[in-house]
Ligand binder design. Structure first.
Ligand SMILES: [Zn+2]
Length: 297
């Protein structure tokens, strides 16, 4: 099944590769071969260029974001880190069954401004893991801002909003049937965003048989790596549903971390049960602030 999906994508993949090759440079050839191009940018270890060197596959040079390059105040960080979880940015339609999954754009704007004004800097989960497990550095008040499923406003609104602060987010992308065009996802990657897997069909993983589970967990990683040439190190459980069998499948598929919807700060001791704060429309700015403060030790 996954092989068929990959074959269907092959034409688009070749187009992407041609674009990358046209941009020139050996790094691009490596990127097209599913090298960890984004990983090479992250990890806080490549700070020598002062952000001036444009990576050749970052076609939109102005998208380069500050937080991908560590600055003087970044330090080793092995403690818990808050991860925020967003779905749709915008007003919920009148007939929407889950209106709380919509955070309006003015509220999101105020939430991001509040984080910035209070010293938070958004980083990717990969950057957090590099600090937790490999001695890399993080800003003094790191936060991960994650977006689930792949809704259009995550590209049209969240991408420019985060870029305004010099930040990158994490896109937990359904491998099939998201609202985002491949070019949207590529632009987010170019801006430093991390792409994490969120299965293929967004099913409750605790209800699948072994073959289906492997297909959704390992298959989604294969598709995203193939489509976008990025490492896809992390996984996000649909609707936060997981159990020991699901965790084993996630580990077996080669992911190094997975995010839940259990409220709290993500803890490096539990890489496959990383807590997140689901930000709901009804909570407003005060809800996000109270989430962050409730988890502070
Ligand atoms: Zn989801």
């Amino acid at each position: 099944m996954v092989d068929e999906r990959i074959a269907r994508r092959e034409r688009r993949r070749r187009q992407t590769r041609r674009r990358r090759l046209r941009a020139g440079g050996a790094l691009l050839i490596a990127a097209a071969a599913i090298a960890p191009a984004v990983g090479a940018l992250g990890g806080g270890g490549s700070s020598g260029n002062g952000g001036k060197t444009a990576h050749p596959d970052r076609r939109r040079g102005s998208n380069r974001i500050a937080s991908k390059t560590s600055t003087a105040d970044w330090r080793p960080h092995t403690g818990p880190v808050p991860i925020l979880e967003y779905h749709v940015l915008g007003a919920a339609p009148a007939d929407e069954p889950y209106p709380d999954l919509y955070v309006t754009r003015p509220v999101f704007h105020r939430q991001m401004n509040w984080l910035d004004e209070h010293g938070y800097e958004a980083v990717t989960l990969e950057q957090v893991e590099d600090a937790w497990y490999r001695g890399a550095t993080l800003p003094p008040k790191p936060v991960v801002i994650s977006f689930d499923d792949g809704y259009r406003p995550q590209f049209t609104y969240a991408l420019p909003e985060l870029r305004r602060h010099g930040w990158a987010g994490v896109l937990n992308l359904k491998a099939e049937g998201s609202d985002l065009y491949p070019s949207n996802v590529e632009a987010m990657i170019a801006a430093g965003w991390e792409i994490a897997a969120h299965t293929i069909h967004h099913l409750d993983l605790t209800e699948l048989d072994a073959a289906q589970l492997k297909e959704e967990v390992a298959g989604s990683r294969a598709i995203l790596r193939h489509d976008y040439g990025v490492p896809v190190k992390n996984f996000c459980y649909p609707a936060g549903r997981f159990d020991a069998t699901v965790i084993a499948a996630v580990r077996e598929a080669g992911y190094t971390g997975a995010t839940t919807e259990v409220r709290g700060y993500a803890d490096p001791a539990h890489p496959y049960e990383l807590d997140r704060y689901e930000i709901l429309g009804s909570g407003g700015l005060a809800g996000m602030v109270s989430d962050l403060r409730s988890g502070e030790s």
